[in-house]
Ligand binder design. Structure first.
Ligand code: C2E
Ligand code: CA
Ligand code: CA
Ligand code: CA
Length: 277
């Protein structure tokens, strides 16, 4: 963004204004995006490394706006959190994901677990449990086919209400996973205290693992921890055959990443992974 003129002085180009302007436009457009139907979900397959079948799918939000074009979640999720717009958007994501999964099951396709990202604001909302329960009732999805991905940031909050909430979710019958595991906090205490089912190892440890002794050591350590705590593990960021082959030699149960499949539309997902069964 910074450029040098011929005297070597730095000056700011219109690029700075442009990125500021984009941020403001994103915020403005975000307020109307839900009612204008601008969001959709993409689905990324998760491979069961033992059965070699696609056994799950992660829902990932996509936003296309007339003025802005495609806006990545990296660009707008944090803004949606700051403005509390994540609350209605998050509810929409959850309902849409459950609806899609139910639809696949009603078509007679082999049942999959659908993983939905839950932001901290959404988790902390006072009626979060009620909305999850209401969406499950409304869509008639069996709760065992829903997994909520939370971050270590949520899990680590040592509040009684966090533990209570997680237990209520467990009682509803939904699964809980810790997203981006390994990047957040170094305390593992919460893993045995909380009703957590799955660890998703962050992609920074997985991509290129066969050439990285340090990451291989960390991942083996996480796998051993998970085994002792009876947690399932999903490895994220599997980008090559070498990444996958490495994981196949370990106790890791599930893998997700570009090598297995990119996030894709519901139609494409159906065509590629479901209808051939
Ligand atoms: P995440 O939950 O960790 O999601 C995984 C991200 O990694 C996704 O990016 C996915 O497209 C990307 N990815 C998948 N496989 C690979 C791979 O093999 N290599 C690499 N380098 N990347 C891979 P995306 O969709 O852009 O989402 C980015 C982040 O935005 C997500 O990280 C999540 O924190 C947030 N996000 C996305 N969708 C939602 C949503 O529906 N709700 C909420 N609250 N957050 C979301
Ligand atoms: Ca995730
Ligand atoms: Ca992740
Ligand atoms: Ca994340």
């Amino acid at each position: 963004v910074k450029e040098k003129n011929k005297n070597g002085f730095e000056f700011y180009t219109p690029e700075i204004n442009k990125s500021l302007h984009r941020k403001m436009t994103i915020e403005k457009q975000l307020r109307m995006a839900l009612e204008n139907n601008e969001f959709k979900l993409n689905f990324q397959p998760q491979l069961n490394l033992r059965s070699k079948e696609i056994s799950g799918v992660e829902a990932l939000i996509r936003w296309n706006n007339n003025e802005l074009g495609n806006v990545t979640p990296g660009e707008f999720i944090s803004l949606a959190e700051e403005t509390n717009l994540i609350l209605p958007i998050g509810k929409w994501i959850l309902r849409e994901a459950c609806l899609q999964n139910k639809k696949w099951q009603e078509q007679g396709l082999p049942p999959l677990k659908i993983a939905v990202n839950i932001s901290m604001k959404q988790f902390n909302e006072h009626n979060f449990i009620e909305s999850v329960s209401q969406i499950l009732n409304e869509t008639k999805l069996d709760p065992k086919y829903l997994e909520l991905e939370i971050t270590e940031g949520i899990a680590i909050m040592d509040h009684t209400f966090t533990i209570e909430k997680l237990h209520e979710l467990k009682n509803l019958g939904v699964k809980i996973s810790i997203d981006d595991f390994g990047t957040g906090y170094s305390s593992f205490g919460y893993l045995q205290k909380y009703p957590i089912n799955i660890l998703k190892i962050d992609k920074s440890f997985i991509t290129g693992i066969s050439n990285n002794k340090e990451n291989a050591a960390i991942v083996k350590c996480i796998l051993s921890l998970a085994q002792h705590l009876f947690l399932d593990v999903v490895a994220e960021g599997v980008e090559t055959k070498a990444d996958l082959d490495f994981l196949l030699q370990t106790t890791c149960k599930y893998a997700q990443g570009y090598y297995i499949g990119h996030p894709m539309s519901a139609d494409t997902f159906e065509r590629k992974f479901l209808s051939m069964k």
